[in-house]
Structures are given as structure tokens and as C-alpha cells.
Design a protein around this ligand. Sequence first.
Ligand code: EPU
Length: 337
Amino acid sequence: MTEHLHHDFTLSTGFKTPILIERYFVVNDQTDSSLFTDQIAKYNPHIIGDATNYLFVSESLKSAITYSGNSVSILSDYDTHAIIRSEAGKNWHEFVMEMLNMHLYGIENLALIPGTIGAAPVQNIGAYGKEVADTILSVHCLNVSTGEKYVFSKDECQFSYRSSIFKKHDYSNLLITHVDFILSKVQSPKADYPDVETFFIEKQITNPSSHDIAQAIIAIRRIKLPDPQIIGNAGSFFKNPVISIETFQSLLLEYPTLPSYPVDDLNVKIPAGWLIDNSGYKGFRYKGAGVHDKQALVLINSHNATGRDIYELSLLIQHNIHQRFGIMLEPEVNILL
Ligand code: EPU
């Protein structure tokens, strides 16, 4: 037993389905690299951050690892921008608000997203017209089997919609330790997402600042999305599917109100929430699990659900959406069977 290793540790999760971890390693910048080679390598632990975007289907896990350091520092300060380094264990929303207080801009549209700094690049978190990739300069990681350290430039991270190199199997033993961000001192508020536009029209705010944007997004998220502290959930359960324009046009014949967002000359993205909602699932309950009644893309722990209840509900929805629209929804949440 070392201070870095907890036996039979019960971790709470975004879905509020607690998971018992037989060996839970918690490391930081001071952790001796021999711990990785001598102990951690033997157990090949899952890297789990703060477990907000995970669905654990079984109730226990052999081993897991998380990075706990959470300090933030200014690496460089220029007239127009600053370079900020945050350790991976820092809470994402706290970071967003601290940067706004320091008049550093670019991540305000991502306010109130649950999870840590370390999880942000893995799935390239995004909301209300912005993705974290827009502000990332580099990502620092270490190999949990060898303790070796690596730095990935933004290009090397291969960011795309809700994805990055860190989601690929070959990179699954890389623990993110620090992320470097480039944040602007000049505000360029992005308020053209439909929900955000409507919010400012209703409030009669014509030239919103970045601070207004953060407040608007916090208010919108509180209305639409369940608070994971109260109702277990992991935000959107599925990704919005990208389909060919041909497939979209044939679907439009049957579903003329199906929305779409442009992707490129050949493809469009369509809202999975619309597909699920229009299949009658909003507010649906299955065992202890359910579909949120204000946003059909969000699966919830409605009353004492197990991870398996939520997983079975997701399979049911996936199957029925495939039968109805010919589209296979891909989970956005990390599922551990
Ligand atoms: N819609 C419905 N019914 C629903 C939900 C959505 O018809 O129950 C349709 C509506 O047409 C709506 C459209 O879907 O206009 C889009 O809905 P919304 O604006 O709520 O966004 P989303 O596509 O469902 C995505 C992200 C969210 C992010 C919002 C805002 C994904 C998988 N999800 O959701 O991210 O907050 O946009 O940018 O891309 C998350 O990743 O966990 C997450 C919450």
C-alpha cells in the first residue's frame, strides 16, 4: 500500500451508479516514475478522470488510475493573449470561470460542462458553437506502464467532432497530466447558436460580452440539462450522426422537419436528440433508467438505476433508431462493460 494506491475504493460517477475499484491509483506530478514500472504497469488500469463521462455497466472494476494535480499557471503573457497551463485534475467549469475573471477568452461557450481539464481534449468537448480544440496548444501525457512523458502538439492530437488521438486504442494507456491553452485578451463572443440567440433576444441584450455568453450558457444548460449532482447523467449519451446528403434527402421525404447542420460538400450532421424525441422516447422510463424529459439525447438515472439498466436502455434506443431511420447511433459516453 502506498499513498497513491487505494484498495476497494468506491467512486461516484456522473450517472450516480457507484463503482467499486479494487485498485485505484491516484497520481500527480510528484509521483515517482518507479511506481509506474513497478506497480501500475502490472494492472493495466483504466484511465478515468473524475468518471463524469463514463457508464460502468458492471458494479466493480479491477483497477483504475486518475491524475489529481489541479494547479493552473500562466506560462506566457502577451498584449493580446496568454498561454495558460492547467494540470489535468482541475475541474473544467472552475477553470472556465477563473479564466473569465482574469479576462481571458475563448472557452466561455463551454461553461458548466462537467468533468476535468484532462478529459476535455480526449473527447474534444464542445457546445454552443465552440470546441476546446480551438484553444488548445498542446497536451502533456505520460504512459502509465512506463512513466515516460510525451507532449502532443495540437495537430498531433488529431481533433475532430467529439474525438482525438487519445480515444484510439493504441493511445489508451496515455494519462493526460497537463493541458496548455492559448486564450485571447480580446473578446470575440460567439452567440449565433439558436438557443443562445433566443436567450439574448428575450433578454434584449444586443451586444453580449464573453461574460454575458457564459451566463447565458449556464442558464440554458440549467434549463435543458439535468444537474448531475441531483439526477445522474453524462450529458449527451450519443454523438450527433454524420450522414451523406443523399441519405439526408431521402429521409427528408418521410420526415420533412428533420434538422441538419452542414459538415462538408458530401455530408450533414443531424441531431440525434431529434431522432430519439421523434421516436417517442422523451420522458421514457426503462427499469431505473430514463430519457430526460427536456432533452432526449440525455439518458438519466431516474430512480436507483444500475449501470446495466442505463446500458440496456441505450441499446434499445440504438436498435429502434436504426430500425426506423437506418442510422446507427454511436455512444458519446465512454462505456466500460
Ligand atoms: N432536438 C429535439 N428534441 C430533443 C433534443 C433535441 O428535437 O429532445 C433537436 C432540436 O431540433 C434542436 C436540435 O435537436 O434544435 C439540437 O439540440 P440541442 O441544441 O439541444 O443540441 P444537441 O445537438 O442535442 C449538442 C451537444 C451538446 C451541447 C449542445 C449545444 C453532442 C452530442 N451534443 O447537443 O453537448 O451542449 O449541442 O451545443 O454534440 C455533451 O456533449 O454532453 C453535450 C451536452
